[in-house]
Design a protein around this ligand. Sequence first.
Ligand SMILES: *Cc1c(COP(=O)(O)O)cnc(C)c1O
Length: 385
Amino acid sequence: MKTQYVCSECGKTFEITPDLMVCPVCSALQEPDKPLRGILEVRFKGQISRDFEITDFLPVEREFFPPIPVGNTPLWQPEKLRNKFGMKNLYIKDDAVNPTGSFKDRASYLVAAFAQKHNIRDIVLASTGNAGSSMAGVGAAAGLNIILFLPKAAPVAKMVQSLQYGATVHRVDGNYDLACQKAMEYVKSHPGVMSRSTAYNPMTLEGKKTVSLEIFQQLAYQQPDYVFVSAGDGCIVGGVLKGFQDLQDAGLIKKMPTVYAVQSDNSSAIYRAVNNNGEFTVPVSATTIADSISVDVPANGYYVVKKLKQHQGKCITVTDDQIVEAQKELSSTAGLFAEPAAATSYAGFKKASSELPKDASVVLLVTGSGLKDVNTAMKGIVVPD
Ligand SMILES: *Cc1c(COP(=O)(O)O)cnc(C)c1O
């Protein structure tokens, strides 16, 4: 299979090499406090059959992937929720069961494999917590050195995980956006180190698309009608759309699912841009309790707004109170304890459910474990004396 990079803005093609992260032409137009310009997508030439393996759709061969079981997560049928909403084709795709407890392992897994293939030993990234602990864990299995810039406000479990896995952790006195700047500076001053910062490294988007390929396989080679995904940087939503688009390009599905990107109204930059002709105006400081989707300037913003528009996707917001309530309800009704950002997809589904046909097949993507941030989960319960 022949693969290459294609710029998601200008359409220029490039050879896939570790030295190239964004389109040199479009990224030269980068403005401060705006989403990344010149994001590169992987494109294929060749045939992929219906009984494909996931790696058939990836630009790195099977042998380079580290020995840790990422992905292949359950797509299951939450019976109590199905009854509650009268929707018999409701599913949960539970990515909290990944090795480090979050969806981010899908990106880290491909990044680690790409590093192995190209003899890279050191990887740096900024993270609100999960990307960092994920890269640390998957990197440990791969034998890579991981350097992580993490805001001091990140939930303690995510920092402890990263240190347990052996990453070098730099705690940043500021928010995620500042951590991103620090990671970028580190890459510039340390040649040979690869960045895994979300959206910037094309392998992050590409790794995240694998969830859509699995959903297609698990639904017996059908696409769902709707997928609900929480959004901060918009890289997971972008990956989900890219996965279904690849399936469509391969001729394996005829129609794209409708993807709902769900944000907190305390961190809603993508929502605002969608409703503002795709323009990202002055950043608003994000304050949501769902730390994993708390982002002022979404790195993958331009890409995801364009893809949502292209595939008739939607972007909606929910309140933090609705997120806390959704988290508790998912725990006590489905038996799935998800972190707040992960319960946000369910909160969005609750809000939109009345607009969906009762017989539609709907997938709620659950992106992280509740054990990652028990302090916020305390808001939804009463602790006995
Ligand atoms: C990172 C993350 C998200 C949001 O992903 P983006 O690519 O930033 O939109 C949602 N939920 C969890 C648990 C995450 O770790």
